[in-house]
Design a protein around this ligand. Structure first.
Ligand code: SF4
Ligand code: SF4
Ligand code: FES
Length: 239
């Protein structure tokens, strides 16, 4: 096994070749915020919260989708990166309708957690108050697009782990959204097996169980193990 050596915040770390910067950061005992990344799913680099800086060059790389290379020196928490991350999180809140007090995910929301981590106490950007759809056509689950941050975890888990590919991303820019089937009501998509994997991986209150009311969504705490067993042994531990 070949190994690459690099430094993370000045600390030298050796990782197997092919490891992502995210893996190297973890190996160095450090961490960066992440919303779209979930161990076990293919990384896509969508949220840009995990950007790190190559020391001495000012170049930024998404840690989840960049491979660690020999001799790299990266910094994870420069003042610029921290300011940038706070701005990115503020924009997430301004872009959707996040009224946490009335949300199923309140208290179990990764967007809330990241907001706390980056020190966000308010958004400096004007709220857009978009008018989006709530699709409650599925007998067990609901998707509220106002709370979707387009991380595509639902798309990837449905495609890569369940193999049903119910979810996809449609359109671009401000009209970009997650769609079920051929942009159908979720409850009408025959390919949906009602397995609930998309519910489990959604980091916010966008996809939830119908019976859950405000602040009742529970985060799953064992994601890497769960996804690994689903992928390798075809066993989904919570079913
Ligand atoms: S998804 Fe998270 S951030 Fe958005 S309203 Fe719900 S709890 Fe708040
Ligand atoms: S519905 Fe949830 S998991 Fe899917 S893209 Fe939106 S926030 Fe991510
Ligand atoms: S976690 Fe790397 S871009 Fe989202």
């Amino acid at each position: 096994m070949s190994v690459v050596t690099l430094t993370v915040n000045g600390q030298e770390v050796a990782v197997p070749a092919g490891t992502s910067l995210m893996g190297a950061i973890k190996a160095a005992g450090a961490s960066v915020p992440a919303l779209c990344h979930l161990e076990g799913l293919t990384p896509v680099g969508a949220c840009r919260l995990c950007l790190v800086e190559q020391e001495g060059t000012g170049r930024l790389f998404p840690a989840c989708t960049t491979e660690a290379s020999e001799g790299m020196a990266i910094a994870t928490h420069t003042p610029e990166l921290q300011a940038y991350r706070r701005m990115a999180v503020e924009l997430f809140f301004a872009e959707g309708n996040h009224v946490c007090a009335f949300c199923v995910a309140n208290g179990a929301c990764e967007l809330q957690n990241v907001a706390t981590e980056v020190g966000m106490d308010h958004s400096r950007y004007p709220y857009r108050y978009p008018q989006r759809q709530v699709d409650a056509s599925h007998p067990q689950f609901t998707i509220d697009h106002h709370r979707c941050i387009l991380c595509t975890r639902c798309v990837r888990v449905c495609d890569e782990i369940e193999g049903a590919h119910v979810w996809d991303v449609a359109s671009r820019g401000g009209s970009c959204s997650i769609i079920a089937g051929l942009d159908q009501p979720w409850g009408e998509v025959e390919a949906c097996t009602s397995c609930g994997k998309c519910v489990e991986v959604c980091p916010t209150g966008a996809i939830v169980r119908r019976e859950d009311t405000t602040a009742e969504k529970r985060p799953h705490r064992n994601w890497p193990e769960l996804l690994r067993s689903a992928r390798e042994q075809h066993v989904w531990l919570n079913q």
